[in-house]
Design a protein around this ligand. Structure first.
Ligand SMILES: Nc1ncnc2c1ncn2[C@@H]1O[C@H](COP(=O)(O)OP(=O)(O)OP(=O)(O)O)[C@@H](O)[C@H]1O
Ligand SMILES: [Mg+2]
Length: 254
């Protein structure tokens, strides 16, 4: 369970990126965060994994309070949060399997991982997760030889190899064409559901959010303006989420 209460984030330059954000996500739920560019989606995800310290409010995950953790506790927490970025963040010159094995680093600390040695149990987990995204046949290939869609599926296998308690994805399909975006979202949602992992995905494509999420949270200017099932996301709500800042003259109909 992820419980966010009255979260606010004011950056050092005074910009208020999040304001009074509250919601609760249950184990196994897949939630899509939608909103215009600059709405605060990435800020919210970075607060959840502790990369950003919010100015006010609390974030609880299970029986842990993320807000208030010290750096060591955050590091331990992050080893159990699978993070998927728009730009994949793979180690390009290394083989696919090695990239997936980096998801096991939190379990394979010290000298062994320094030498790049992972014992059989870790390799089996990594291989199984590659198989789940249909990339077992690419295991020994260098990551830089893969297409964008394949790279993101490797990133999904890496995140799942962490045996994560929570998955966070920040615009995971923004760099892909529509067909690949659909395929990657479908893989992501499938493995998250199979493992019953609480998942939060920021995404621009509303139709993908509707197709794959159990619930959608719409953010506009740092505030939650919609929180509900995809079926309730009608045009009026979308207008509220994506409204443009109209000049005053237009707003009064002049
Ligand atoms: N380090 C920072 N310092 C100051 N302002 C920031 C910082 N990071 C983000 N912002 C501002 O906070 C607001 C929210 O940014 P954020 O990156 O969370 O938006 P977003 O919804 O993820 O947008 P996008 O869809 O473009 O990724 C934006 O106005 C952004 O310019
Ligand atoms: Mg962003």
């Amino acid at each position: 369970m992820l419980d966010i209460r009255d979260l606010a984030m004011v950056y050092a330059n005074g910009h208020r990126a999040l304001n009074s954000v509250s919601f609760r996500i249950e184990q196994g739920e897949i939630v899509a965060i939608i909103g215009r560019s600059g709405a605060g989606k990435s800020t919210l995800l970075r607060c959840i994994n502790g990369l950003e310290r919010p100015s006010a409010g609390t974030i609880r995950f299970g029986d842990q309070q993320i807000t208030g953790m010290d750096d060591r506790q955050l590091e331990r927490l992050r080893s159990r949060i699978g993070f998927i970025w728009q730009e994949y963040n793979l180690i390009e010159r290394l083989p696919v399997l090695t990239n997936v094995l980096t998801g096991r680093l939190g379990y394979n600390r010290g000298f062994k991982s320094f030498l790049g040695y992972f014992d059989r149990q870790h390799r089996e987990i990594a291989l199984r997760n590659l198989e789940r995204v249909n990339l077992l046949s690419h295991a020994v290939q260098r990551a830089d030889r893969l297409s964008g869609g394949e790279k993101q599926r490797v990133a999904i296998a890496r995140a799942m190899s962490q045996e994560p308690h929570m998955l966070l994805a920040d615009e995971p399909v923004a760099s892909l064409d529509p067909e690949l975006a659909w395929q990657v979202m479908s893989d992501l949602a499938r493995v998250a559901r199979e493992d019953q992992v609480l998942t939060v995905i920021s995404i621009h494509q509303v139709e993908l959010a509707k197709a794959f999420a159990d619930r959608i949270i719409g953010i506009a200017r740092g505030e939650v303006v919609f929180d509900g099932p995809p079926a309730q996301l009608d045009q009026a709500t979308l207008d509220r989420v994506y409204r443009f800042d109209k000049p005053a003259a237009v707003a009064v109909g002049v």
